[in-house]
Design a protein around this ligand. Structure first.
Ligand SMILES: NC(=O)c1ccc[n+]([C@@H]2O[C@H](COP(=O)([O-])OP(=O)(O)OC[C@H]3O[C@@H](n4cnc5c(N)ncnc54)[C@H](O)[C@@H]3O)[C@@H](O)[C@H]2O)c1
Ligand SMILES: N[C@H](CO)Cc1c[nH]c[nH+]1
Ligand SMILES: [Zn+2]
Length: 434
């Protein structure tokens, strides 16, 4: 059996500084070196374009490509079993249903007689999606990105995904793209893919907004290009996976261990945290983790993630929610008695899973919610992906003479209070003319 080496902590006996350290993300440790290499990669792509993309793809993905774009022939040749195709379709249908219910609606109302204010919605014209495929190809991510993009009405959708070493795109990723009606797919990954979509190259069109999760290189590249004066907008920091489980003694330790491992297996930089008010329960989860880890195909990755993870004993369940809100996890699992009753205490989390039969894995694939979620504590203020992420809202106002007369004095008074005389006169000139 592989020994589980996670850090066990007793919250009540820790100082504020020790608590802060306990909730620090592992990915932050590497950020200086990641930042330096991402800066170099982004600059190379920006200056050299396609030639840099070919060279970086050979260096990081081991693939020598003749063309970055996936051809129609490659799409046609991408084979997936009927079983997987049906699963993609079933997941897609449920994701569509949930996201369609959340499509934002325009609205209009009169704020004074003769003054009408509206908010209209438009799809972002060209969106760039990133589907990870470094450690494991994620066709489910294509669905999570492509379906809301389609529902928003985005006319131009570009998708990048790392190639396999033989230069082909993952067939499952292509099958999911097909299901979403995405035809412009490029075989490029990492920071170089983000830079390609941000600034445009001979092959890859420049995009208005970039979406999608990825490893620390992808996440840092998104942050960097979004800060460039001429760079695109981005959806959110959606980096290495995280889950925080709040569990009491009523939970099944095998279920909790399985949920922790399901996120630990994403990458050595994933972080999984158990918070419980019961020391004996934490012991049982540790035992279950060791038993389950032993037969896991990706046990080396999961064990590495566990090594930087935490099991925290808190005095009461209420304290567990304080810990969770401070950490602001991407995923929060409530494995407690009457979990819904605790929801009012949740103030910061990407997606919440209630009770023993809602494993985080259903949200990853097919419950219907989106799995592209904020990580690194961004859930304090940023929401997971939705149709609204792919739209811009534009406000509109119209007024007739009576309407302007009704509200004009307020505007001229405030304009003169701000010392902006031209603003005031733009109103007066209209009201003064017959
Ligand atoms: N937060 C979310 O919503 C969410 C959703 C799904 C997946 N994820 C996360 O996405 C990540 C996917 O990561 P991945 O690595 O499997 O795939 P990835 O596609 O994000 O990254 C692979 C690319 O990383 C680049 N790369 C690898 N090593 C590099 C190095 N040393 N220097 C520069 N570039 C390098 C390569 O170009 C490669 O193509 C995981 O951490 C997973 O947890 C997050
Ligand atoms: N758990 C990931 C988000 O952190 C999403 C995912 C895709 N496939 C499996 N899991
Ligand atoms: Zn997952």
């Amino acid at each position: 059996m592989t020994a589980v080496q996670w850090t066990r902590l007793d919250w009540a006996s820790m100082s504020a500084a020790a608590r802060g350290e306990a909730l620090r993300r592992p990915a932050q440790v590497a950020s200086a070196s990641v930042r330096a290499s991402v800066e170099a990669i982004v600059e190379q792509v920006r200056v050299v374009g396609d030639a840099a993309l070919f060279a970086l793809t050979e260096r990081f993905d081991g693939a020598r490509l003749e063309s970055l774009a996936v051809t129609q022939a490659e799409f046609d040749a991408a084979e997936v079993s009927a079983n997987v195709r049906n699963a993609i379709d079933d997941a897609a249908t449920r994701i569509e249903t949930f996201h369609r219910a959340g499509v934002p609606q325009p609205y209009a109302l009169d704020t004074a007689p003769g003054v009408r204010c509206e908010r209209m919605l438009r799809p972002i014209r060209r969106v760039g999606l990133y589907a990870p495929a470094g450690s494991a190809p994620l066709p489910s991510t294509v669905l999570m990105l492509g379906i809301p993009a389609r529902l928003a009405g985005c006319p131009d959708i570009v998708l990048c995904t790392p190639p396999r070493a033989d230069g082909s795109a993952d067939p499952l990723v292509l099958a999911a793209a097909k299901r979403c009606g995405i035809t412009r797919v490029f075989k490029v990954g990492g920071a170089q893919a983000i830079a390609g979509m941000a600034f445009g190259t001979a092959s890859i069109p420049r995009c208005d907004k970039l979406f999608g999760p990825g490893n620390a290189f992808v996440t840092e590249a998104k942050r960097l290009v979004s800060m460039a004066g001429d760079g695109p907008a981005i959806d959110m920091p959606a980096g290495p996976s995280e889950v925080l489980v709040i569990a009491d003694a009523s939970a099944d330790p095998r279920f909790v261990a399985a949920d922790l491992l399901s996120q630990a297996e994403h990458g050595a930089d994933s972080q999984v945290i158990l918070v419980s008010d019961d020391t004996g329960f934490i012991d049982s989860v540790a035992t279950a983790l060791e038993a389950q880890l032993a037969s896991l195909p990706r046990r080396a990755i999961a064990a590495a993630a566990l090594a930087q993870s935490r099991a925290i004993r808190v005095p009461t369940l209420a304290d567990a929610f304080d810990v969770s809100n401070d950490y602001a996890p991407e995923h929060l699992i409530l494995s407690v008695e009457a979990p819904r009753a605790w929801l009012p205490r949740v103030h910061a989390a990407g997606s919440v899973f209630l009770g023993g039969f809602a494993p985080e894995a259903i949200g990853d694939y097919c419950s219907g919610t989106n799995h592209v979620l904020p990580t690194g504590g961004a859930a304090r203020a940023i929401s997971g992906l939705s149709v609204a992420s792919f739209q811009v809202a534009i406000s509109v106002q119209s007024a007739n003479r009576a309407g302007l007369a009704a509200i004009g004095a307020t505007a001229t008074t405030l304009a003169r209070a701000e010392g902006l005389e031209a603003h005031a006169r733009a109103i007066d000139v209209r009201l003064e003319c017959a």
